[in-house]
Design a protein around this ligand. Structure first.
Ligand code: UT7
Length: 367
């Protein structure tokens, strides 16, 4: 049976930084409260014109670049997100079009902050079954667009960004080793975007009642998270026939430093084996784990053979854990001429997309 190996990784975060001091000028909060209660110091905020799809495309291009794979070789694109560009079409289709991934199937996956772990599990299973060879798995979020900037309980937590990995069929001595996924919909009200769907379609009333913004019962989600992270970690390791001693790097969803500390205490993992970049990006939901994974590789914290555990939790309620054996060495820098050719390919993809849109409108080619 082939295994799904991570052969490419990339991230994108918007340029604009919003610090805790900036927030303290917007709502009744302070840098001291935010740092001690969450560990967050700053987060990135998407510029006008940046969306979940545009950030996903940037991260995906970098991941393909690292993998040395052209977009036409991708069989499947999954975008895990709670903040898609549209209800439909799927953001993954926008990514497929922008990349010129002409052979790829594309869909979005909604599992809250656990979305990336779910998407990785689904894509890995498809690779292992032989149904596909190459998948692009993206977590991308523009949470700033659904954040209530008057609510200090939530607005200090979230940030924007995207991370992507390329999964490819490879030998069975590494790659994704096991996945555990779970859900408990009885907790649906603990973290919810109440309006805009079929239950509360957009209306003057939903807008007036601020129902298009994130509502969260923080303390309950906190309690859920500190319980589920260690449990899912132990379960996934057991499924892979490994122990906590085998873990070289633990990458939890970056939601709150205190949740991470509690899980790490419970699991008795030494701090140097835990990845944390929460201070710089805040909670980027489905993007947090792929951004963290990407930064861990860039910082040289992963070597071939290392065992990595990623654990997510969030709206649904959902949770999930993946254990993988890192098999891909740091890539050599891409020569300038190849980077130029890749850029040219994306210009051609944009041209192709534009021509096809004209075709759909009947402006060209359909008589
Ligand atoms: O991505 C997945 C899901 N999300 C999470 O994992 C979030 C999980 N929950 C949390 O991270 C934490 O519950 C929060 C960071 C959201 C809140 O921290 P907490 O320690 O649970 O605070 P709390 O809600 O118990 O509030 C404590 C106090 C309250 O004041 P009183 O009632 O004690 O007077 C809040 O009003 O802190 C107050 N407070 C704030 N004060 C200053 C709440 N937010 C703020 C704020 N600045 N931003």
């Amino acid at each position: 049976m082939p295994r799904a190996h991570i052969v490419g990784w990339g991230k994108y975060v918007p340029q604009r930084v919003l610090t805790n001091d900036d927030l303290s000028r917007m709502v009744d909060t302070s840098d001291e409260w935010i740092v001690t209660r969450t560990g967050i110091r700053e987060r990135r905020i998407a510029a006008d014109g940046e969306t979940t799809a545009t950030m996903a495309v940037q991260a995906a291009r970098r991941a393909l670049e690292v993998a040395g794979i052209g977009p036409e070789q991708v069989d499947l694109i999954i975008v895990a997100t709670a903040t898609p560009d549209y209800f439909f079409p799927a953001t993954a289709c926008l990514v497929q079009d922008a990349l010129g991934a002409s052979r790829a199937a594309a869909f979005d996956l909604a599992a809250g902050c656990t979305g990336f772990v779910y998407a990785l599990g689904v894509a890995a299973a498809m690779v292992e079954s032989g149904a596909i060879r190459t998948a692009l798995v993206v977590g991308s979020e523009t949470l700033s667009r659904i954040t209530d900037w008057t609510d200090r309980n939530t607005c200090v937590l979230f940030g924007d960004g995207a991370g992507a990995v390329v999964l490819r069929a490879g030998p069975d001595d590494g790659g994704i080793l096991a996945t555990v996924l779970g859900a408990d919909g009885s907790g649906k009200d603990l973290l919810v975007l109440p309006a805009g769907g079929s239950r509360h379609p957009a209306s003057h009333q939903t807008v007036a009642e601020r129902m298009h913004f994130i509502k969260m019962q923080g303390r309950d989600v906190f309690r859920f998270a500190v319980r589920v992270v260690p449990t899912a970690t132990r379960q996934v390791l057991e499924r892979a026939g490994l122990t906590l001693d085998d873990v070289a790097l633990f990458i939890p969803h970056q939601a709150n430093g205190r949740i991470i500390e509690s899980a790490v205490r419970d699991l008795k993992l030494p701090p140097e084996r835990v990845y944390n970049n929460l201070d710089r990006y805040g909670n980027t939901s489905a993007a947090s784990i792929p951004i963290a994974l990407c930064e861990a590789v860039e910082e040289g914290r992963l070597r071939p053979g290392d065992v990595v555990v990623c654990v997510g939790f969030g709206a649904g309620l959902t949770w999930g854990a993946t254990v993988l054996r890192w098999t891909y060495p740091q890539p050599a820098p891409t020569p300038a001429w190849r980077r130029f050719l890749r850029r040219l390919r994306y210009v051609l993809a944009a041209l192709r997309s534009w021509l096809r849109r004209l075709w759909w409108k009947g402006v060209v080619g359909r008589g």
